[in-house]
Write a protein that binds this ligand. Structure first.
Ligand code: HEC
Length: 245
């Protein structure tokens, strides 16, 4: 009786096992499962986007940047201006006006120089050349001051401009250096510093997107980093039937 009971149970187990194997085989025939070309999820991290984000000009906090700027490097940058500008105190006007003491000076006001109408108009809207005004002008002169006769392509590198302006500040500037105001640059600052996680940079790119986007992007970053671990859910589904073949 007990032997018979055991046989029945063993038979049932065997039958169940066979049924499972049969079903698996059958399902692998019915639902043909192709192993993925690349195991795991393809996590798209837009690397170029973070590069694009870096290209966006962040506001310059002059109180922070000027004291640590490289004045000697700025003097070297100023060589690009010297074909047209003299920088010495009491120096001559050349193709462009003398630039000694230009920081704090009213635009288009240097004696003995015939400024363009464009620069004179500009002077009506900007009472003086302050750090930001010169920075914007020198970045792309023709774009900033329509009709200027300064035919200079502009300084694209932020660092060059900061160093140059620090150098100009040593030449009879009447401006004072403002107190550091990191708050002004605080919002975008983490984006520049946090280069570690690419997805992070992407999230920071959309500055205003704040937390939710950040969390999502961070999750993606994790998935990207731990590819093998993340591959499991996809693997389990597709690999199991394949393995039984
Ligand atoms: C190809 C010649 C040329 C070069 C190079 C050049 N400038 Fe000029 N710059 C001019 C001329 C011309 C003007 C007068 C613009 C006008 O009247 O529209 C001028 C005007 C200026 C002014 C306004 C001065 C004022 O009195 O209002 C500033 C500031 C200035 N240049 C800075 C620079 C700096 C900094 C560089 C180098 C990075 C530079 N320039 C390179 C020709 C040049």
């Amino acid at each position: 009786m007990s032997d018979l009971g055991f046989n029945k149970i063993a038979g049932a187990v065997l039958a169940t096992g066979l049924a499972i194997v049969g079903l698996t085989e059958l399902s692998s025939i019915v639902f043909k499962s192709e192993p993925p070309a690349k195991p795991g999820y393809a996590v798209e991290i837009a690397a170029e986007e973070s590069a694009g984000g870096a290209a966006v000009e962040l506001p310059i906090d002059w109180g922070t940047e000027l004291p640590k700027a490289d004045v000697a490097a700025g003097e070297a940058v100023a060589k690009k201006c010297q074909s047209c500008h003299d920088f010495a105190s009491g120096g001559p006007n050349m193709t462009g006006p003398n630039l000694f003491g230009v920081l704090g000076r009213k635009p288009a006001s240097h004696g003995g120089f015939a400024y363009s109408a464009g620069m004179s108009d500009f002077a009506g809207k900007h009472p003086q050349w302050d750090y930001e005004t010169i920075n914007t002008f020198v970045t792309a002169p023709q774009k900033d001051v329509a009709g200027t006769k300064m035919t200079f392509v502009g300084l694209k590198k932020r660092e060059d401009r900061i160093n140059l302006i620090a150098y100009l500040h040593t030449l009879g500037s009447t401006l004072s250096i403002p107190a550091p105001n990191p708050a002004a640059a605080a919002a975008p600052a983490p984006a520049a510093g946090d280069k570690a996680a690419p997805a992070d940079a992407k999230a920071a790119d959309g500055k205003a997107e704040a937390k939710p986007a950040d969390a999502k992007a961070a999750g993606e970053a994790k998935a990207g980093e731990t590819k093998t671990a993340e591959a499991k859910p996809a693997d389990a589904k597709t690999a199991a039937p394949a393995a039984k073949k």
